[in-house]
Design a protein around this ligand. Structure first.
Ligand SMILES: C[S@@+](CC[C@H](N)C(=O)[O-])C[C@H]1O[C@@H](n2cnc3c(N)ncnc32)[C@H](O)[C@@H]1O
Length: 378
């Protein structure tokens, strides 16, 4: 049971991050509108009902974060984790970067990469200044500012949202506990970015073998810097496209992915899910955390509209209509569930334990009108 002081300290910590994010955005918007009066934030005004709904959802998010620490899913200290060095060092640069962001926004420059950044070999959909970020995902500058920018965007709730994947992850891995020693449990984070989620997975599962991949070498460098300070084995980080994972079939006991899917076009979303299915073991889980969608949160439609209009999120408008559950089923996953918490949805899906029939065998069997059982008994 967490004591009252820990709970109050957590409340105060989260509230201060929330007020900081709000203050930053309010001041930045005022400065932006003074410098560029023609640049306004569109569709941002939330109805009083939406604001109340968001407050309620945020309270649930924080309650669950506390409860999971209380249940021992992760250590209490992680509730207070914050990259303070980065905050003091890079926050001034976040402010200095703002005029460049406004300039790009104003001029609709959404695919702007300086000549010294090599853009060869990346998928075309990836070469974007997502959230108007300077250099997209392709520089150390961007990697250094990213975590702060995301935390400001979500008023300090980004880490609490990431931690929501840990309870289903820890629970799901229990099915391997009798057969697989803890240090041989392999977990992959697809699009691990700067490594925040891997850090939390390490705290919940200190002995597990962790793997992360991302398309951005700069973000992996940042992840490596941060994760190498953590106790325990260093996660193995690889530069790779989630659509073509460089791992053998059935290798991982669990795969997670946080805040990736809204940044992919539909076909790439399906390709990543198919690849996660291929590399996870039968009985293993894929856990996805990403933005809420229209079907689960119609009352927050204005907020979602503001998100794709004010931040450069080229695939978000399509993402909020997408049926991720259907995509998981199409890939072969079963027991697909989805839960909404605050501004994120969490999909948990399991790879069937029974071996999957290769697609060509299934087609031949279907064409011959034979049942699976009959073929199996021949
Ligand atoms: C919004 S960030 C999320 C990063 C991290 N998971 C987090 O929680 O902060 C999206 C990440 O996805 C990566 N990414 C985008 N498309 C990718 C792809 N096709 N394969 C691998 N990584 C990709 C980007 O480089 C970036 O690090």
């Amino acid at each position: 049971m967490l004591d009252i002081f820990t709970k109050l300290a957590y409340q105060a910590f989260q509230e201060s991050k929330g007020y900081f994010g709000l203050a930053h955005k309010t001041i930045a918007t005022q400065v932006m509108q003074t410098v560029y009066p023609d640049l306004t934030n569109r569709d941002q005004s939330l109805s009083p009902k939406s604001i109340v709904e968001l407050q309620k959802r945020k309270a649930v998010l924080f309650d669950r974060d506390l409860q999971d620490a209380e249940r021992g899913i992760y250590p209490v200290e992680i509730l207070f984790d914050n990259a303070w060095d980065d905050f003091f060092f890079y926050y001034p640069l976040v402010c200095l970067d703002s005029p460049r962001i406004w300039e790009r926004r104003r001029n609709n420059q959404n695919q702007e990469f300086p000549a010294n950044i090599n853009t060869d070999g990346y998928p075309k959909y990836y070469l974007q200044n997502f959230h108007h970020q300077t250099d997209g995902y392709l520089s150390d500058w961007s990697a250094n500012l990213y975590d702060l920018q995301v935390d400001i965007l979500f008023n300090g709730t980004a880490d609490a949202m990431r931690r929501r994947i840990l309870a289903p992850l820890v629970d799901g891995l229990k099915r391997f506990a009798d057969d697989v020693p803890a240090h041989q449990t392999r977990i992959l984070d697809v699009a691990c970015g700067t490594g925040r989620t891997l850090k939390f997975v390490r705290s919940a599962l200190p002995q597990a073998s962790l793997f992360g991949c991302d398309l951005s070498a700069a973000y992996l460098r940042k992840a490596n810097q941060m994760l190498s300070k953590e106790p325990g084995l260093l996660p193995q980080l690889l530069q790779a496209n989630g659509e073509d994972l460089p791992y053998v079939d059935n290798y991982f006991h669990a795969v997670v992915s946080v805040f990736l899917f809204h940044e992919l076009p539909g076909q790439a979303r399906q390709n990543v899910i198919n690849e996660c299915f291929r590399v996870v073991q039968p009985g293993g889980q894929l856990i996805i955390c990403d933005s809420i969608q229209l079907s689960d949160s119609p009352e927050l439609e204005a907020m979602m509209a503001g998100f794709f209009k004010n931040f450069h999120e080229p695939y978000y408008r399509e993402y909020i209509h997408d049926d991720i559950g259907q995509r998981l089923t199409d890939a072969g996953f079963e027991d697909v569930s989805m839960e909404t918490c605050f501004f994120s949805n969490y999909w948990v899906a399991q790879k069937p334990i029974e071996p999957i029939e290769p697609i060509e065998v299934k087609q031949a069997r279907d064409n011959a009108g034979l049942s699976k059982e009959l073929v199996g008994s021949v």
